[in-house]
Design a protein around this ligand. Structure first.
Ligand SMILES: [Zn+2]
Length: 306
């Protein structure tokens, strides 16, 4: 079926949504899972070995979400800071659980060398609804700007601001899913009153580098580590992934600051966005989490050795 034959069920084609359409969209969102049970409970368990603090709260009445970071004990001025973020897109499950698994398995081994700052679930409302947007139909990962309209992004910006200039590395954990093409890309086109242009979801893992600060050797080191866990996305017939030219196997670039992406917020020399593909018949949720962990470890190892 063509996109024209199946218009998005909310709004009028060609017209951006107003308040009524946003409210209609919100009324269709269903809570599928619990941030408190699946995420906060794990954070509380990790608090036995890591410093947990709150960096904000999101209020979407009747729901309220406390936002948490975890740091290694013995945070010391002068050590490079490594930021790991998960769940900037709440539906991208392995981003959240990969960040928590990394903390559980590997935080200690780096504790003497870096100041580790992890925000495992930046968008808990989206985590619970398995959605890309927040409750105002805003994509947090296009909203990392000074005047951010997304509370998720504003809170993280505020957390990072006092440390800017001291970050060595930022790894932002994401997924690219089949629902991007079936739901979220049509939804954003409808919301903005634009035509939906169908695309192809890559089958495999890839990374997004910053086109304004490219670090090809760093990205390659991460790809090599992840390739031992899960398959890397092959180029399409245009030698692209998701509409962007391939720089090296499994690596594309975006101008992250211009797009308001999360990896623009630290000013770190090394940044990368992981994109795990969870819908492949060739992978499992456990492998997806393991791929995120492998990416974070490889990124830290490279940055410390460089
Ligand atoms: Zn994402």
């Amino acid at each position: 079926m063509t996109a024209a034959a199946t218009p998005y069920p909310i709004g009028t084609p060609g017209l951006p949504w107003g308040e009524a359409e946003r409210a209609q969209w919100l009324s269709r969102q269903v809570r599928h899972r619990s941030y408190a049970s699946n995420v906060v409970s794990t954070i509380e368990r990790l608090a036995a070995h890591l410093d947990v603090s709150e960096y904000g709260q999101l209020d979407y009445p009747p729901d309220h979400y406390r936002l948490f970071t975890l740091r290694n004990r013995g945070w010391r001025e002068g050590r490079p800071i490594v930021l790991v973020t998960g769940g900037v897109h709440g539906y991208e499950t392995s981003g959240v659980h990969g960040a928590l698994l990394f903390l559980e398995r590997h935080a200690q081994q780096y504790a003497e060398r870096i100041n580790l700052l992890v925000a495992p679930c930046v968008s808990p409302w989206g985590y619970e609804r398995v959605h890309r947007w927040n409750a105002h139909a805003i994509d947090p990962n296009r909203s990392f700007r000074d005047d951010s309209q997304a509370g998720e992004s504003a809170a993280l910006l505020q957390l990072v601001a006092p440390h800017r200039g001291r970050f060595l590395l930022h790894v932002d954990l994401h997924e690219t899913t089949d629902s991007d093409e079936s739901e979220f890309r049509p939804a954003v086109a409808a919301r903005d009153g634009k035509p939906f242009q169908p695309g192809v979801i890559p089958d495999g893992f890839y990374l997004v580098d910053d086109s304004e600060n490219p670090q090809p050797q760093f990205q390659r080191a991460v790809i090599d580590a992840v390739a031992k866990i899960t398959h890397i996305a092959p180029a399409d017939e245009k030698n692209q992934l998701i509409g962007s030219d391939i720089i090296a196997p499994g690596i594309i670039q975006y101008p992250v600051r211009q797009l308001g992406l999360c990896t623009s917020i630290t000013g770190a020399r090394y940044t990368t966005v992981t994109e795990v593909y969870p819908d492949s018949p060739r992978t499992t949720p456990e492998q997806c989490n393991a791929a995120q962990v492998a990416a974070v470890c490889a990124a830290i190892d490279f940055a410390l050795g460089a």
